[in-house]
Ligand binder design. Sequence first.
Ligand SMILES: NC(=O)c1ccc[n+]([C@@H]2O[C@H](COP(=O)([O-])OP(=O)(O)OC[C@H]3O[C@@H](n4cnc5c(N)ncnc54)[C@H](O)[C@@H]3O)[C@@H](O)[C@H]2O)c1
Ligand SMILES: [Zn+2]
Length: 375
Amino acid sequence: MPSIAIKTPSASYDVTIGSGLLRTLSQRLTKLNPAKPFRPFVITSPEIWKLWSKPFLASFPKEGPAAPTVLLHPAGESHKRMAAVESLAQKLALAGADRDALLIAFGGGVIGDITGFLAAIYMRGVRYVQLPSTLLAQVDSSIGGKTGVNLLAGKNLIGSFNHPQAVLADTDLLRTLPPAELRAGLHESIKAGIIYDARLFSYLEKNAATILAKKSSPAREKALTHVVAASVRVKADVVNQDEKELGLRMILNFGHTLGHAIESATNYKQLLHGEAVAWGSIAALQVALARKTITQAQADRMTRVILSYGPLPQFKATAARLVARTYSDKKNRSGKRAYVLPTGIGKTQVIFDITDAELSTAAESMLTLMRQTKA
Ligand SMILES: NC(=O)c1ccc[n+]([C@@H]2O[C@H](COP(=O)([O-])OP(=O)(O)OC[C@H]3O[C@@H](n4cnc5c(N)ncnc54)[C@H](O)[C@@H]3O)[C@@H](O)[C@H]2O)c1
Ligand SMILES: [Zn+2]
């Protein structure tokens, strides 16, 4: 089973990827905490719990302090709020959680981000593990220690760096994931390939049909496990070199400048995050092409792979409106926008001199392509 080490100045832990992790959870938690007792508290959403509570509970005793206490929280971005943190903290306190509590974030990125933040501040910090259940959470959000919630003023504006004790990515969980959610997560894997790992990019290019097959099969499981592990390796490698996003970690933001602008211009309702990133990536390839950091053939190849993991939803927005929205990006420093530009397949650089005119031209090409791909 692939196991990938995260080693940063503030934490060292493993990301384990494979089938059947859920069924051995209790033993794994005990192994992680050999000397210090713990009481497990699982934070999950009703939908996930309905689908997966049986295998989740299989390895735990049915009663007593080692039996998990279940705290349910509704799924969805609109519930990633301070109110959720307070309500879950209150529930923890009423259930008798003390400093020995061990929180288990069992869900997608929303549950993971809330739980990681709650673990950072409940009684000034308790242990937690990530059990990511979406592809996006397995390849991206569960890794790297960023946790937090949204404000009405913007996404992820409150939070902290707080790494889990372990990330256990059980690939069986992906079987019940809606296909659009799976594809959206795969766009973060394509991103990882484009910015850092040409082999992962080629693998995604060659194996799209197997990975996107409707029915689960050993070939699909194998391919998905490969993609998750390779994507985690990219994120781990980047985070290990730049935990606090002072430099290199910014490359993970490829496709996100216009991607976030698209999400914000459509009120976070029309596209999944990964779908918006896919359009943003297509635009970023146009910027790179105009700056001649990639060739036409490379731009075409990368665009083709992104579109092959579609269909990507259409949306209504003008290039000018999208460019205007890029100014509220959290990654900006002193009014300057950090922009991630590919310099080949698997290679990137971060630039700070991107102009509105460049972004606007690239957004225009992307919008034209979107209209052409209309079904
Ligand atoms: N912390 C980070 O570094 C980081 C990085 C990227 C994204 N994020 C955050 O991640 C969040 C998005 O995460 P997400 O895409 O996982 O969305 P999500 O958590 O909203 O999950 C998507 C949907 O899938 C359902 N679901 C989850 N697992 C399932 C399963 N196994 N079977 C069936 N349905 C399942 C959920 O109930 C939900 O409806 C955003 O809030 C984003 O800000 C954080
Ligand atoms: Zn993303």
